[in-house]
Design a protein around this ligand. Sequence first.
Ligand code: HEC
Ligand code: HEC
Length: 223
Amino acid sequence: MSTNAAKNLFIYGSLFCFLVLVILTIDTMGKLDQRAPEITEKVAAGKKVWHKYDCIGCHTILGNGSYFAPDMTKATERKPKEYLKKFLLDPRAIKQDSAMPKLGLSEEEADSLIAFLEWTSKVDTNDWPPKPILASATAGRTASTGQMLFQKYDCAACHQIQGLGGTAGPDLTHAGLKQPDVEWHIKHLKDPAGTVRNSAMPNFSHLGDEDLKALAEYLITLR
Ligand code: HEC
Ligand code: HEC
């Protein structure tokens, strides 16, 4: 290669790469605004509450914070807002051994926080943080209707069975020993708060009678 050709290759090569960089930058900047929903007044108020109580001293959110407590980026995605609100107001009333202290939030602060957490849940984070794989609990075995409904309604977001699942509610590995009555389970699923005092479990009264029965029959097999 002559010196001239090498020089041209260097100049035009550099120009080409620079052009690609500019195009990619414009493309990314154009998409940035669409990755997060609009910030309303309530969302902004919630972010202030988040800082006031130093939630980030224990939790991570959008990649920042401490690793003492679960990540909050997608908090409202798997747990209903009503549950999260009750938990925020008084964690130990919902979960006796909770390591989260009662911070003394007002109702209004809790509502703003939920709005803020709902906002972060909707930010496109390219699927970060990764979700735990819970389906393997039934892998290899044929699942009963009740078992499939248990997965469909994401009961495992709050309950563990044989070590898999969330810990917001009691471990259900032996649910059938503790409560062997199908009717009790149906009643509890329809109206948790009317069955167990101060229950924070969301109600599943929108399910049909057949589904409720199938779920209850599955629960009593857990022994
Ligand atoms: C002293 C540490 C600490 C502080 C401060 C703290 N948390 Fe927590 N939080 C925890 C721990 C630990 C858990 C895990 C649940 C448990 O207690 O077993 C938790 C759980 C939660 C949950 C329930 C998550 C779930 O999936 O069930 C929410 C929501 C939450 N925290 C929000 C907040 C918010 C909002 C703040 C600030 C107002 C805050 N936390 C401040 C320690 C803390
Ligand atoms: C947002 C969290 C949450 C979800 C989702 C949830 N639960 Fe619960 N569950 C709880 C909490 C909290 C309790 C404890 C209070 C109570 O007994 O009502 C509980 C209690 C229970 C109990 C009684 C267990 C015991 O030891 O007393 C059963 C059974 C149960 N849930 C089944 C289910 C089923 C089935 C589903 C799905 C259709 C489900 N739960 C979804 C939070 C949840």
